[in-house]
Design a protein around this ligand. Structure first.
Ligand code: TYD
Ligand code: MG
Length: 463
């Protein structure tokens, strides 16, 4: 029999499912071979979990209140100094908020937070940056690429949270950055750093620190290849805000996205560009996406996707060529391949395009990944344009969802999409007929409503 102090539990490393015995497949997320044994303390602190007293009148003097009795203190928000970052957080960083920043290794999480730390400390606000991943000299090296730093920004290389808490008491920062959660540990838990029980325990303690001392805490978490923050869907429900920093490591642009936000909407995204001297905000993502678009080339169509509430113009490219060997090849970069296959089947059946013995490659230029149905029409027209080798009007954008009968269906936020196109100098827009009739008067953009793919081809001048 194991002694009580060395009790252990099996945790799924992917979703945090707990079990007393080992299992090959996790019942929580159905992943295989993810259950790992981790020793736990008999009295493991679990944040958010309260000891049951058994009786209602436990005599603690607590009582429930009505809404009217709650004092209306305004939440204090700090300006982070980076407009795009503020926007994603919901107009600034809330005092005492616990924020998780997830992303692939090397995407720029440390760089982003270092820049935020720099700007926030520039006004004399105390910021403590704790790194468990890099040495002080490595941090200095990165900092030297970014610029001048104020003395209000302090650094600490440490992975033991008990030590770190001591330093926090000393420094009393307004903002605390923990880079990364997977390197941090508390001594009471004997499991390895990065394991579910460590990650959970450390986050629980950080939550306490954030709330009791009113420190805004950022936690960096690496995403594993399965796409969750390691250890950690367990972590997502403990924090106030979950941000993901994503993008293609080979492309310069990065998108910051909120997937959970107790203090704002999750619809906003921030766009950044990684340069020689750190990250820069991209205030005009559409312009950025359309840079370097070929002129007069077939198979290139500009469409407008909406990320959250933000319209972004982008170029859909298609290349259709005759299959050299028996089996046609289909490939999609940035777009969903299944969707592309479906749209090709619709084109074949409803428009009569003989695509069955053609290779087709579809690419969303700039390395973006989008799955919005509004891109359908753009993808279809790009395929036709390439198939017929017909270059379309340069100042024209298209958007609309394509249904299985080849009909063009309405999409959300049509007006905003057209406005964005107008802003960048586009002069005509092909859109679902249902919406063209409702929207009027956007300066300088001719609206062409189409009912189905046949209409759309006619409108583009492709036969
Ligand atoms: P980093 O912030 O270390 O990523 P993470 O913390 O998410 O793992 O940044 C990673 C990459 O960014 C690294 O490959 C170097 C590059 N980089 C630049 O291109 N320019 C810069 O100014 C800086 C600081 C980093
Ligand atoms: Mg890092």
């Amino acid at each position: 029999m194991a002694a009580k102090s060395t009790k252990s539990i099996f945790f799924c490393q992917s979703c945090g499912y707990e079990s007393a015995k080992w299992m090959g497949q996790c019942p929580g997320c159905h992943a295989w071979n993810t259950m790992v044994e981790e020793p736990v303390r008999a009295t493991a602190r679990k944040s958010g979990e309260r000891k049951r007293t058994g009786t209602v009148a436990a005599g603690s003097g607590r009582r429930a209140v009505s809404l009217k009795e709650i004092p209306a203190d305004e939440t204090v928000r700090y300006d982070t100094g980076i407009g795009e970052f503020n926007r994603v957080l919901g107009s600034g960083l809330v005092k005492g908020a616990l924020t998780l920043l997830g992303g692939d290794p090397g995407i720029g999480k440390s760089t982003l937070l270092l820049q935020v730390a720099r700007l926030m400390s520039a006004g004399g606000r105390r910021v403590l940056y704790v790194s468990g991943e890099e040495s002080l000299s490595q941090i200095r090296l990165r900092a030297s690429r970014i610029g001048e730093f104020s003395d209000a920004l302090m650094f600490l290389c440490e992975t033991d949270l008990d030590e770190i808490s001591g330093v926090i008491e000393d420094v009393k920062p307004a903002v605390l950055i923990i880079d990364s959660i997977q390197t941090m540990s508390v001594s009471e838990v004997s499991a390895a750093p990065g394991s579910v029980s460590q990650v959970r325990e450390v986050t629980g303690l950080l939550l306490k620190i954030a709330k009791s001392m009113e420190i805004s805490v950022f936690i960096v978490g690496h995403v594993t290849k399965e796409g969750t923050v390691a250890g950690p869907r367990v972590l997502e429900h403990m924090v106030d805000t979950v941000l993901y920093f994503e993008g293609d490591r080979h492309a310069a642009y990065r998108i910051l996205r909120a997937v959970k936000n107790r203090f704002g909407s999750t619809n906003e995204i921030g766009v950044f560009e990684m340069g020689e001297r750190g990250l820069h905000e991209v205030e005009n993502p559409s312009q950025f996406m359309l840079d370097g678009r070929p002129k007069g080339a077939s198979g290139s169509i500009v469409t407008c996707a909406v990320e959250g509430t933000r319209p972004i113009l982008m170029e859909v490219q298609a290349l259709v060529s005759r299959t050299a060997f028996g089996f046609p090849r289909r490939q999609a970069t940035g777009a969903d391949l299944n969707r592309v296959n479906l749209l090709m089947a619709v084109l074949e059946k409803r428009v009569g395009l003989a695509l069955a013995d053609c290779d087709a490659y579809v690419n969303l230029a700039g390395g973006v990944r989008m799955q919005e149905p509004a891109l359908d029409l753009g993808i279809c027209l790009a395929l036709v344009s390439s198939f017929r080798n017909f270059a379309v009007e340069e100042k024209e954008i298209v958007f609309g969802e394509v249904g299985l009968s080849g009909e063009v269906r309405a999409v959300t936020l049509a007006e905003q999409r057209i406005q964005e196109a107008a802003r960048l100098g586009f002069t005509s827009c092909i859109l679902p007929a249902a919406q063209a009739s409702r929207i009027r008067g956007i300066d300088g953009v001719r609206l062409i409503g189409v009912r189905d793919l046949g209409d759309a081809l006619k409108a583009m001048g492709i036969r």
